[in-house]
Write a protein that binds this ligand. Structure first.
Ligand code: NAD
Length: 241
């Protein structure tokens, strides 16, 4: 399969280009705004993997939809308007969108949902995430997915709290809070804590290498090829749904 990588000059883009041949994929276009990279993908492109910047996603996915190309979105931090462009494209092409393409985090999502369902809202959910100092959006897409899994386990949809400061009063029952830490070269750590009166449960995932995300995204594009148009997640790709 001939593929284009959007954001090819970035940390994830480089890893994707390195690992693609091992998955039987040929990178025919390395698209990036950086010098020396393609500005658009070539006509022979059969699918796109996007790990770029949220502002790049709407024009790129609209083009891919017009050309009928399957699309894998790793890019996080999309605004609601940018997400609308993704949703519109799913009428025409298969799109896999996930804030995290690693096997471990996708297993963690299922574990968090189960824990939230068993422990209930009396166990306060606090989510911490830590990433390298270069990460541009916060909280991480993975932290948001974990929060949604915890809410789903409780049968709630839920607003989330982002950090705390000042005279905030007592913690309301059922609140789900997310805290983002940034520093050094951390690839991606996430902990979901369930804090009860008598005990705490903590579920943690630590990514050690970006290859964990890149390998999953490459598999997702192979999986998406030839599927019915629509929106899919890594849970679909891994058969965890
Ligand atoms: N879903 C996941 O599993 C996962 C894992 C890691 C990172 N991410 C996300 O992937 C994205 C990229 O992460 P990164 O660490 O590689 O970032 P990065 O900053 O190293 O790389 C991003 C690249 O995108 C390029 N870019 C910016 N605007 C562009 C445009 N308009 N067109 C084409 N290229 C453009 C930049 O020049 C840069 O080379 C972020 O949103 C990050 O949160 C997702």
């Amino acid at each position: 399969m001939k593929i284009a990588i959007l954001g090819a000059a970035g940390r994830m883009g480089k890893k994707l280009c390195e690992l693609a041949p091992g998955e039987g994929l040929e990178v025919v276009s390395k698209v990036d705004i950086a010098d020396g990279y393609d500005r658009t993908w070539s006509p022979e492109t059969e699918g796109v993997i996007d790990f770029s910047h949220h502002t790049a996603v709407p024009p790129a996915i609209t083009t891919a939809a017009a050309q009928g190309l399957p699309y894998v979105i790793g890019t996080t931090g999309l605004t609601p308007d940018e997400q609308k462009a993704v949703d519109a494209a799913t009428a025409k092409i298969p799109v896999v969108q996930s804030g995290n393409y690693s096997l471990g985090v996708n297993l963690l999502l299922a574990l968090v949902r189960r824990a939230a369902s068993v422990l209930g809202p009396e166990y306060d959910v606090e989510i911490t995430e830590m990433h390298h100092r270069h990460k541009k959006d916060a909280p991480s897409g993975t932290a948001l997915m974990l929060a949604k899994s915890a809410a789903a386990g409780r049968g709630a949809t839920g607003e989330f709290l982002y950090g705390r400061r000042g005279d905030i009063g007592e913690r309301p029952v059922g609140e789900i809070a997310i805290h983002a830490l940034r520093g050094g070269s951390v690839v991606g750590d996430h902990t979901v804590m369930f804090a009860g009166e008598l005990e705490r449960v903590e579920l943690t995932h630590k990514a050690q290498d970006r290859a964990a995300f890149a390998a999953g995204a490459l598999k997702a594009l192979l999986w998406a090829k030839g599927r019915t148009p629509g929106i899919y997640t890594m849970q679909d790709v891994l058969g965890l749904k």
